[in-house]
Design a protein around this ligand. Structure first.
Ligand code: ADP
Length: 469
């Protein structure tokens, strides 16, 4: 039955009851009308109160239900007559509750997903609201900029202390137009970032008002420090190569023009041609070293390892530089070389390593000097080679740079001796490809010792060409 009919029936019943009590007191007990009405009310009022309690019970339950709903904890519907209005209202509230629960579950799932994405990102992410106050910051950004844990509701300026970033975020919120720029942040230890600020799409009311602007902004920080460094290395390399090639080319061109201008018939002609030839050789050497460097630096640089008896290998390489050493009356000694030992390495490249190091030792040692080559077995794990000279030595502050491409302590002397400044970088790459290390010790005026290691381990079985395991 509908609620309104229930109320009418009850109201009428209570009225009839009141009249009946009143009639009884007036007619049978001969009481005055006022007193009879009072008696009637005394009976009907408690009854009406009980009825009211009975009728408001579902309403109270529903109030409780709405409160639960607000807290998000609604579990079941209220047990009221499903046919009347209160029953339908209770059902509707139940449905709203279920719908709300589904939505909340969906939203929290999405939130979890988003948090996982943010946590897993290498890039730093900062999200601000429409006032430019921080809503969230991911772990990557916290680590990159060493941020404290209490950032929420602060402005990026307060937290990151960079006015350019703050200005960009404000502009995006105001105009709704995304921006990308490069930023150097001292708080990150001088890292360079590519920063993308993207506006969050405006709310429908703002769009309806045809106003520009965003509801907030997401800022993504890509760390491009390494990229910048590589770019700088590449630029320096190109500049160095051009410089190295230009000098012999200019000389060749100068002398060739002089010869063409008439000097060909003069006495100095053979001397000029000799200079041209020397510089052409130098050009060829630079190009050869550059090609070798690009080969050993490339990912496709593979070695052809074979077991090489040490004594034989060392005798061979000493033979290669014998002539140069004899010219300068430099003696090459061998010490501690374990005759029985062998090493697994690429013969051609290892020979190149020895030749380069011995060549340098001879080049940078005065006449009558001494070069000592030794090899030590280090716990059967690796062999440590050393090439020691008593030459000019290398200043301490420059020692860490000599393996860089084109780095030369004394440019003039190196060029004079036919050096390109690439030898040690090639050697370093070859040793590293073998799984070894290379370093140098030196004392200015007393001499230098170059050390390198080769691991005593098996190479990838079944591959002829490869890298050590
Ligand atoms: P370069 O072709 O100039 O010899 P390297 O790459 O072989 O180039 O060596 C780089 C620089 O390291 C040399 O120019 C020289 O200044 C220094 N150097 C290398 N070996 C020695 C050595 N044994 N004694 C002194 N200086 C050396």
């Amino acid at each position: 039955m509908k609620l309104r009919w229930k109320m009418i029936v009850l109201f009428v019943s209570l009225l009839v009851l009141l009249l009946m009590v009143q009639g009884y007191f007036v007619h049978f007990l001969r009481k005055p009308l006022f007193l009879s009405s009072l008696f009637g009310l005394m009976i009907v009022i408690p009854l009406a109160y009980l009825v009211a309690i009975f009728f408001t019970r579902p309403i109270r339950k529903m109030t409780e239900m709405a409160k639960q709903l607000a807290k998000g904890g609604l579990k079941r519907e209220v047990d009221v007559d499903p046919e009347d209005e209160l029953g339908r209202l209770s059902k509707a509230i139940g449905e709203i509750g279920a719908e709300l629960r589904n939505r909340i579950e969906e939203i929290s799932k999405e939130k979890d997903y988003l948090q996982t994405v943010l946590r897993g990102m290498m890039e730093g992410v900062l999200v601000v609201d429409g006032r430019g106050h921080i809503l969230t910051v991911n772990d990557a950004l916290r680590n990159l900029l060493s941020l404290s844990s209490t950032l929420i509701d602060k402005t990026p300026l307060e937290v990151i202390r960079n006015s350019e970033l703050e200005g960009a975020i404000r502009r995006v919120i105001e105009t709704g137009k995304n921006v990308t720029f490069e930023l150097n942040l001292p708080s990150s230890g001088g890292k360079t970032f590519e920063v993308n600020v993207v506006g969050l799409s405006p709310s429908p009311e703002v769009t309806a008002l045809q106003r520009e602007g965003a509801r907030g902004a997401i800022t993504v920080f890509h760390d491009i420090t390494r990229l910048k460094e590589l770019e700088k290395i590449r630029q320096d390399f190109v500049a160095n190569v051009s410089h190295e090639l230009r000098t012999p080319l200019t000389t060749i061109k100068g002398y060739a023009e002089t010869l063409l201008g008439g000097a060909l018939k003069e006495e100095v002609a053979p001397q000029f041609i000799e200079i041209i030839n020397r510089h052409a050789d130098r050009l060829a050497k630079i190009v050869e070293d550059l090609l070798m460097l690009s080969k050993v630096e490339s990912k496709e640089f593979y070695l052809k390892p074979e077991r090489l008896p040490l004594a034989e290998l060392i005798n061979d390489v000493v033979g290669f530089v014998k002539e140069a050493a004899e010219k300068k009356k430099i003696s090459i000694l061998q010490s501690d070389v374990p005759i029985s030992l062998s090493v697994e390495a690429d013969r051609a490249y290892l020979e190149q390593v020895f030749t380069n190091l011995l060549d340098n030792a001879i080049k940078y040692t005065s006449e009558g000097g001494k070069v000592t080559l030794s090899a030590i077995d280090k716990d059967q794990k690796e062999i440590q080679f050393s090439i020691k000279d008593n030459g000019i030595g290398i200043p301490k502050e420059e020692l860490h740079r000599i393996f860089e491409r084109f780095y030369r302590v004394d440019k003039g002397r190196s060029k004079e001796l036919g050096g390109t400044g690439l030898g040690l970088s090639i050697v370093k790459h070859i040793i590293q490809a073998h799984g070894g290390k290379i370093w140098a010790e030196s004392e200015l005026g007393k001499g230098s010792t170059f050390y390198f290691t080769l691991p005593q381990r098996r190479w990838n079985i079944g591959t002829i060409e490869g890298r050590p395991e």
